[in-house]
Design a protein around this ligand. Structure first.
Ligand code: FAQ
Length: 330
């Protein structure tokens, strides 16, 4: 089923002269900047690429609730608790918009969730790292949501209409998420020496995993070329990573924290920072299922799905009863 739904046969970008008339007309619409809507003709590879990317994105939002959800009961004040609760609820909403967008491509939410639970569909590598302290919740909001925004703002212009519209709404909420994270970091970094040390430790542990969120370096990105030709992706992984570093380093300086990269240096010529690449072997290990929390995250999702089974069945039974009553009354 995985191969049928999401595995694209080849990500080699074909020239217009290699395309059928239908494919060429489609590519020309993309090139003109037109949005593609669900009922319109699209190449099978385009559909599968979108199901893979939107599905992975939806799963990330849902799995992404876990590291922060872990801290709702331990947030230091009532206000912080209310804010965190609202943020985690937003992530659930984002997951639902994205599953709906994927469903318009002819795949059901149940199928996508089954693939996630079977370990056959991915979710973002970042959520396989633990949140050990309250400062980690600040670092997640600041860095993880910051990276998510950097990636998602261009996706508002993605070529598939339902994905683009979902992204517009999601981005508005993500900017609040990022600011609440930075606000936590400000409090910690300007607090007692122990709090500042905690903030620095959180930055140390989340810096490279945040850089990995943008995906492998361009030379190892298998899907970028075709996804960019179809305007599913607007930027390459490395372009967005660079923009993220350039935006985030001054924010770290403002906090009085040190980015854990001895080779980080402003490069006047390129107008951006030179920085060290993440350890890509760690990234590939994490996405292969061997990160610090992969098993815990997946088990938590499977348990939640099983625990909610009675409720889903009750909803269907209730809908069936109402439908039967309506038919009987006609
Ligand atoms: N994690 O050829 P590429 C959030 C996989 S934000 C895991 O470059 P592509 C908000 C990739 O799937 C996080 N796997 O792939 C939040 C492919 O494997 P496959 C979610 C990754 O698709 C904040 C292989 O590596 N955001 O959740 C990752 O062109 C706080 C080769 O890579 C999105 O999903 C990774 N980081 O580019 C929630 C944004 N990177 O499928 C809660 C939409 C790559 O062939 C709390 N997605 N892989 O088996 C995208 O923009 C793209 O899919 C990329 C990857 C850029 C992530």
């Amino acid at each position: 089923m995985y191969a049928q739904l999401v595995k694209t046969d080849s990500d080699r970008v074909r020239g217009l002269d290699e395309m059928s008339a239908e494919e060429r007309a489609f590519q020309e619409r993309i090139d003109r900047g037109e949005k593609i809507e669900p009922k319109e003709w699209m190449p099978e590879g385009y559909r599968k690429t979108l199901i893979r990317q939107i599905g992975q994105h939806a799963h990330s939002e849902i799995v992404g609730q876990l590291p922060e959800g872990n801290w709702i009961t331990r947030a230091p004040t009532l206000e912080r608790k209310a804010i965190l609760l609202a943020k985690v609820q937003d992530e659930a909403g984002h997951g639902l918009y994205l599953y709906c967008a994927a469903e318009t491509l002819g795949v059901s939410r149940d199928e996508l969730i089954e693939l996630l639970h079977a370990g056959k569909m991915k979710y973002s590598s970042i959520f396989n790292y633990p949140t050990l302290t309250w400062a980690d919740i600040g670092a997640v909001g600041w860095l993880v949501d910051g990276a998510a925004i950097m990636n998602q703002v261009p996706l508002q212009r993605t070529s598939f209409g339902p994905y683009s519209r979902a992204m517009i709404r999601i981005c508005k909420e993500e900017s609040f998420h990022q600011r609440q994270g930075y606000d936590i970091m400000m409090k910690m970094a300007k607090g007692s020496p122990a709090q500042k040390a905690m903030a620095q430790d959180a930055l140390n542990r989340f810096w490279y995993p945040a850089l990995m969120m943008f995906g492998p370096s361009d030379k190892d990105s298998v899907h970028s070329a075709q996804s960019m030709a179809w305007k599913i992706k607007i930027n390459t992984n490395d372009e967005l990573r660079q923009k993220f570093v350039d935006q985030t380093v001054p924010q770290a300086h403002y906090l009085g924290l040190t980015v854990p990269d001895p080779d980080l240096k402003w490069n006047e010529e390129k107008g951006g920072y030179d920085f060290s690449e993440p350890d890509w072997s760690e990234f590939f290990d994490v996405i292969a299922g061997n990160g610090p929390c992969n098993t815990e995250r997946l088990n938590a999702r499977v348990k939640a799905w099983e625990d909610g089974r009675w409720f889903r069945e009750a909803l269907v039974a209730h809908a069936d009863k109402r439908a039967a009553a309506r038919i009987a009354a006609e």
